[in-house]
Design a protein around this ligand. Structure first.
Ligand SMILES: [Mn+2]
Length: 336
């Protein structure tokens, strides 16, 4: 009977961890460290479900809400597509020299159930859902959905950790005011986070900005001492980008830091599937280096938003988003 090693990185003892062809019972849960990872039920990072783990420490949850989108919806399908593409990942992160699966009890928490017809109800569902994960001892990583989801998440984070620092990756500032007569939408969440006192402006860093809608837009940033690192600034940092950013982040060293990552931060060549693509952005390599630069910070949560699979090309955006998610868990301080 033919058998195979089922773990390409850690299976040192050839006599152990072997399986037999045709064992479908074995294949319903297939981890990232398993060469059969293109099979099995897809979960975020091919992690077990929350119900399968005793003491989960990192909870990844889908937030399939795109009712905050101004023009181009579709990101409600983001969590599903990103789960599907996590089969490309493996366990060991060679760039950072870590195996995040060994440092954390990572679980897939399923999706927050919400109403596509009510921004108000969905706001409450997201806030309560994230609060619940934190209460259970998990660092929450939320997969959108449009960028509106970051606002109720920040409220839940603030309720536990108090005032936090925020690093915001995006092509846009998301500090717009009313739109179609509505105060709350995916382009105004950062303004609300600052105005509500969830984060102080001088503890907020925005990275990748390249679309400024009018000449007064950055006045809000000056008034609130918000640091802006534009896409051009990033490009000028060159190949030493990771170290330069790490240096810039040092001022947040003693703070609790929350990271919000809009996939439109990345150039549409690498991430075409998003509702508000802006050319002139970072490459996929530069985007991953930006995440790696977060290592060492006291990170209390992440979100990854605005992946809109209906606009994808050969699943490029889902592939990148899965890798971004993997880099996120790779920079978290050990939680178990
Ligand atoms: Mn955004």
């Amino acid at each position: 009977m033919t058998t195979f090693d089922n773990n390409e990185q850690t299976n040192k003892d050839k006599g152990k961890d072997r399986f037999t062809i045709g064992s479908y019972r074995d294949g319903t849960r297939v981890s990232t460290g398993d060469i059969r990872r293109f099979t099995g039920i897809p979960t975020f990072l091919k992690a077990p479900l929350i119900s399968e783990v005793k003491n989960p420490t990192v909870g990844i949850v889908g937030v399939p809400f795109d009712g905050g989108t101004i023009r181009t919806p579709g990101s409600r399908f983001g969590p599903r597509a990103i789960r599907d593409y996590c089969w490309r990942l493996n366990e060991y992160n060679a760039e950072l020299g870590v195996n995040p699966y060994a440092l954390h009890n990572i679980v897939d928490c399923g999706d927050i159930i919400l109403s596509p017809l009510s921004l108000e109800d969905s706001h409450d569902s997201i806030r309560c859902g994230i609060a619940d994960l934190i209460e259970q001892g998990m660092v929450p990583i939320s997969i959108g959905g449009d960028h509106f989801i970051a606002y109720p998440i920040l409220q839940a984070i603030h309720a536990v950790h108090g005032k936090i620092s925020v690093i915001h990756f995006d092509a846009h500032t998301d500090t717009a005011d009313y739109c179609y007569g509505q105060k709350f939408h995916h382009g105004s969440i950062i303004r609300h986070a600052v105005d509500d006192g969830l984060v102080d402006g001088d503890k907020l860093i925005q990275i990748g900005i390249r679309k400024v809608f009018h000449d007064q837009e950055l006045d809000y940033h000056k008034d609130n001492n918000i640091e802006v690192i534009t896409a051009r600034d990033l490009k000028m940092m060159g190949p030493g980008l990771r170290d330069i950013l790490m240096d810039r982040f040092k001022r947040l060293k003693d703070q609790k830091v929350y990271i919000t990552f809009d996939i439109d931060f990345v150039d549409p060549t690498y991430a075409p599937a998003t509702g508000s693509p802006e050319v002139g952005g970072p490459t996929s390599d530069e985007a991953l280096e930006c995440i790696r630069a977060l290592k060492g910070l006291d990170i209390v949560g992440f979100d990854l938003n605005e992946v809109s699979p209906p606009y994808d090309v050969r699943d490029l955006t889902s592939l990148l988003a899965a890798q971004v998610l993997y880099e996120m868990v790779s920079v978290l301080k050990p939680t178990n």
